[in-house]
Design a protein around this ligand. Structure first.
Ligand code: ATP
Ligand code: MG
Length: 576
């Protein structure tokens, strides 16, 4: 973008920048965002399809998870990226409902476009949408039903709903049970409120076997075997030492040369090295530990001495596993062997090496902290195991969220139809053009039941009409059974989701849509400089003026001030 001053071009944006503005920019933004939302739409619901994504290196990801699809897509357009952000926020806050959030944001924009065509100003639409979003969340709260960590059956249903439609669906029951058991094992109480940190649950993925063979272990499973075959396979009443430095002789940081002139000297050198390793191992043995996890390497000689002392040792343990072991066993991760106190050691009833398939792993069970649990996730192939892991993640999060928030709503499109109905009633109480935006917002929510029907091969219009009539009769939980094509009570069907899944999807979907609506200017070639929410015309003029004054002012500043000396007296009112 450039202007002209005395025949010289002045560049305001970087050369090669593209600038679109006004309606054109708005249309581009809305189109890009809608396209991204449409990409995940076909994956929504139990009958949604999966997507196969191939990256530039040829790596394949097959998934049904909205956030994963959007993350893997190489998206460049700034407005489209906002939809990816919506899914990411949903994933961080709730773990599930990422497709719903992205589809909603896309539909909000689509409906806003219709209002723009009618000449409604974007800021009016944005404020109407914000009103609708607040009202929608209020209504949702009135639809919510309570749940506690004691309602095991209900928790199983929440997990099953999250897994439905994902790759692991065939083993839904096994998965739901695993999920609920794991989450219940890590529930904590903080200031009288229940808290679930799913990072306490270690998921160890092992390719091979089938998804149904996945198991829950009360304790930690570390994907490492003991380093030496002479070490015991099983240690009861384990005292565990965690070290994050190597049990090896450190290499010098600078190149050093040792000149050895005789075989005796060589022997002396080797003996010295062995002695140093022996000293290290002696410190470990003296500490009273009978199990050692080392984050780095263990020298062959150290392995030999440890085995001789009857100590179980594993090396190259991941940092995240070391931290989890510390939490589970009450051990401290030591950075040096200089001083080891008894309080630095962790405790577990049993540490043993067990084989899964043909790979050995270390099981640390009967831990000092009973909240430590692991899930060994099996899957026929790498892709199956990966998708099962994503489904498990969704399920763990929703069960955790349900226990924390203690509120649930029915699924299957029922809350969206009820919200649409109530929001239409609400819109008629509003004055001004916001009324139109609230009504469009209500229509947009119905994209969820429509898409559920479409993806199941059902007629979306018939299904929606039937659902609307049920809701008008007062059946607030009437939703779509995508397997039978009937409109039924979703609560009774056991299709339930945490309230937070819906509230978060609506709030982040609305925020992204309103932000895109209010952005009038965008230059894809130079996003950082050019995306400006204010009036682009005014901004450009101001920028050009700034450049102009910068060039002119130093030359004419003397005359500039001089003229004021003559002009000011003219403006002073004369006294009588
Ligand atoms: N058995 C069922 N019958 C009808 N609808 C269902 C059933 N199970 C789940 N649903 C509905 O499917 C929708 C969720 O679909 P899906 O899990 O594919 O997407 P998402 O949760 O929005 O995103 P993601 O799981 O990819 O993060 C919700 O509206 C939910 O109520
Ligand atoms: Mg889901």
């Amino acid at each position: 973008m450039s202007g002209q001053l005395a025949g010289q071009p002045i560049f305001i944006l970087r050369e090669g920048s593209q600038r679109t503005k006004g309606r054109e920019a708005q249309n581009n933004n809305i189109m890009a965002a809608k396209a991204v939302a449409a990409a995940v739409r076909t994956t929504l619901g139990p009958k949604g399809m999966d997507k196969m994504l191939v990256d530039s290196l040829g790596d394949i990801v097959i998934t049904n998870d909205g956030a994963t699809i959007l993350k893997e897509m190489d998206i460049e357009h700034p407005a489209a990226k906002m939809i990816v952000e919506v899914a990411k926020t949903q994933d961080d806050e709730v773990g599930d409902g990422t497709t719903t959030a992205a589809v909603l944001a896309g539909e909000f924009l689509k409906n806003a476009e219709e209002l723009l065509e009618l000449g409604v100003h974007p800021t009016v639409i944005a404020s109407g949408y914000r009103l609708a979003s607040i009202k929608a969340r209020e209504i949702l709260k009135t639809l919510a039903k309570p749940v506690t960590s004691k309602d095991r059956d209900l928790l199983l249903k929440i997990a099953a709903t999250a897994i439905t439609g994902k790759g692991a669906e065939s083993s839904k029951d096994v998965f739901a049970k695993l999920t609920v058991d794991a989450v219940l094992a890590v529930v904590d109480t903080e200031n009288g409120k229940q808290k679930v940190d799913i990072d306490d649950i270690k998921v160890e993925k092992k390719v091979g076997g089938s998804v149904e063979e996945s198991v829950l272990i009360e304790g930690m499973v570390i994907d490492k075997e003991r380093v030496h075959t002479n070490m015991p396979k099983k240690i009861t009443k384990a005292k565990i030492l965690l070290i994050n430095e190597a049990l090896e002789i450190k290499k010098t940081e600078v190149d050093a040369e040792i000149s050895i002139k005789s075989p005796d000297q060589l022997q002396l050198f080797l003996d010295q090295e062995e002695q140093m390793i022996h000293d290290m191992v002696t410190k470990v043995i003296k500490s009273g530990a009978n199990v050692v996890f080392v984050q780095k390497g263990i020298d062959d000689i150290a392995q030999h001495y440890l085995a001789k002392a009857g100590i179980y040792a594993a090396r190259r343990v991941k940092k995240s596993d070391m931290d989890k072991l510390a939490r589970a066993t009450g051990a401290k991760v030591l950075t040096s062997l200089k001083e080891i106190n008894d309080s630095d050691l962790g405790k577990a009833g049993l540490v043993e090496e067990k084989k899964i398939g043909d790979e050995a792993m270390t099981y640390v069970t009967e831990c000092h902290n009973p909240k430590a649990v692991s899930i060994i996730l099996r899957g026929g192939t790498e892709h199956v195991a990966d998708e099962a892991e994503r489904a498990l993640h969704d399920a763990l999060r929703v069960v955790g969220v349900a226990i924390e928030d203690e509120t649930l709503v029915a699924g299957g499109g029922s809350p969206e139809v009820e919200l649409a109905l109530r929001l239409r009633e609400y819109s008629s109480t509003l004055k001004g053009r916001e009324q139109l935006a609230v009504a469009k917002f209500a229509d947009a929510l119905e994209v969820i039941p429509r898409t559920l029907a479409e993806n199941a091969g059902l007629d979306p219009i018939d299904m929606l009409v039937e659902m609307r009539s049920q809701h008008e009769k007062g059946n607030k939980t009437a939703g779509l059974n995508v397997f039978t094509g009937k409109v039924v009570d979703m609560w009774k069907e056991g299709v339930v989701e945490p309230l937070r899944v819906k509230t978060q999807a609506i709030s982040s979907g609305t925020e992204a849509a309103t932000m895109i609506l209010r952005s009038m200017m965008c230059s894809p070639a130079n996003q950082a400089e050019a995306c400006h929410q204010a009036d682009p015309e005014a901004w450009a003029e101001w920028a050009e003026w700034k450049v102009w004054t910068k060039r002119i002012t130093p030359r004419f500043s003397f005359f500039f001030w001089l003229q004021w000396i003559f002009l000011i007296p003219l403006h002073i009112p004369k006294r009588n």
